[in-house]
Design a protein around this ligand. Structure first.
Ligand SMILES: *Cc1c(COP(=O)(O)O)cnc(C)c1O
Length: 395
């Protein structure tokens, strides 16, 4: 059986998204900036897509900027918030230790440019509190950036409460909602969100299309310079096919939000219950306040990479952390922030489901996984020492 259980890394493109893209390649191929009809037809497609995102977020079309992906949207949001702060002499930014590298590495770059960054600690349940944000805000704080849902452990943050704290303090609030968009309801007005990033390929849209929501009045900084596309804030001929595919996927996801969550959540919970029964295993992140499809465990005495290879041999695609860190030997910064020791963080497994998965696939995972864990532990010198009591169990 082939099981794709890495939907937090990327998703299959939906039929609706493909259907929306195809005519853009050969029929509506015009440049949206061109004045003749062929160009204007493409411009109309673009405007319709912008409407879809605005409606889905409870925003205005002019508050939507299309980018090349979630990473670019994150970069632009942080640079814009930082620049607005600097103009008022405020150069302190608050974020968290378990953000995506698109946020963390941009913050490192901003630190080199003279900004001061506070990264909040991650509580053991993987949910940052609004009180932590309130305590960290200073008179010179210009921007708070906290992810909506974590990409590795799936925990959902109290975005509305954090939005309230920021609004009260007069500080801009950005959220990296790449994992949440299309999976959880998002209302930027109700949640007091000033900027928000999303990425189409995480909700069954194409890769290479991101969306940055920025509340009217926010002066976006250019990350890409050139032509006057996207109100002059993001140069480059628009990726019309990709953007139309993204909009179709987002409309579909928003229309089926509750239905998909009701279908995926029981599969997640069955996996959590089944994997919890494996000795010396631990669930990472709160069992309930997490994305409908996210399961993340650490297994003691296991190397995550070996586990992935053996799962792949059984037809199961999973992850041991974020796609960006796999391939390196460093344990996940998210699991370390959560307080897992290095040895334990190395033995991690993320299974991320979508509405494309079937209950039989979950049964299959639960059928093969315990045996693979046992096989790896039987070969592991570390497990041998743990078994003999020569080293203490950490889980
Ligand atoms: C995938 C992801 C990104 C990056 O999005 P791309 O479109 O791949 O650049 C950023 N943040 C989070 C939380 C993600 O999961």
């Amino acid at each position: 059986m082939n099981v794709y259980a890495d939907n937090a890394a990327t998703t299959a493109v939906s039929d609706a998204a493909v259907a929306a893209m195809l005519p853009c390649f050969q029929e509506f191929y015009g440049n949206p900036s061109s004045l003749y009809t062929t160009g204007q037809l493409a411009a109309e497609k673009l405007a319709a897509a912008r409407e879809v995102f605005a409606r889905g977020l409870n925003a205005q079309p002019r508050e939507i900027t299309f980018t090349s992906g979630g990473s670019e949207a994150d970069n632009q949001a942080l640079r814009s918030g930082a620049a607005m702060g600097a103009r008022k002499g405020k150069k302190h930014i608050i974020s968290t230790k378990f953000e995506h590298h698109a946020i963390l590495h941009t913050l490192q770059a901003l630190e080199k440019e003279g900004y001061e960054v506070t990264l909040l600690d991650i509580p053991p349940d993987g949910v940052v509190t609004a009180q932590q944000v309130r305590d960290a805000i200073r008179p010179d704080t210009c921007l708070v950036s906290i992810m909506f849902a974590n990409n590795e452990i799936g925990t959902v943050q109290p975005i509305g409460e954090i939005g309230d704290v920021c609004r009260e303090a007069g500080v801009l609030f950005h959220t990296d909602a790449v994992q949440a968009a299309g999976h959880l309801a998002i209302d930027v007005e109700a949640l007091h969100i000033d900027m928000l990033s999303m990425s189409a390929h995480k909700f069954h849209g194409p890769k290479g299309v991101g969306v940055l929501y920025a509340r009217r009045g926010i002066a976006l900084e250019n990350v890409i310079y050139g032509g006057a596309q996207e109100r002059g804030k993001r140069a480059g001929t628009e990726n019309v096919p990709g953007i139309c595919g993204a909009a179709a996927a987002f409309a579909e996801a928003c229309a089926n939000l509750e239905k998909n969550a009701a279908y995926v959540t029981p599969m997640r919970d069955k996996l959590i219950a089944g994997l919890s029964a494996i000795p010396y295993s631990i669930l990472n992140g709160d069992p309930v306040r997490r994305l409908p499809g996210n399961v993340n465990f650490c297994f003691e005495g296991i190397e995550g990479e070996s586990l992935l290879l053996l799962l792949d041999a059984k037809g199961i695609a999973a992850s041991s952390g974020s796609a960006c860190t796999s391939g390196s030997l460093d344990p996940s910064h998210v699991l370390l922030a959560l307080g897992r020791p290095h040895e334990v963080a190395h033995g991690s497994l993320r299974l991320s489901l979508s509405e494309y998965n079937k209950p039989e696939e979950v049964d299959y995972i639960l059928e093969v996984l315990p045996g693979i864990i046992q096989y790896l532990r039987d070969m592991s010198p570390v497990w041998d020492e743990l078994e003999k009591g020569h080293r203490p169990h950490l889980i």
